[in-house]
Design a protein around this ligand. Sequence first.
Ligand SMILES: [Zn+2]
Length: 51
Amino acid sequence: MSQDNLIKLECSVCHRTTHHTYRNKKKVKSRLEIKKYCRWCKKHTLHKETK
Ligand SMILES: [Zn+2]
């Protein structure tokens, strides 16, 4: 029933998976790129969807 999929967000600087989020595949077709706080880099970095 749910169309939301759990995805991982990887920091583009240190390449660690730092966040998890849900994405609605019907609404978002492109890869996510979000600025989020990375606790390893200790700053806001660009995070990208990974699998
Ligand atoms: Zn990082």
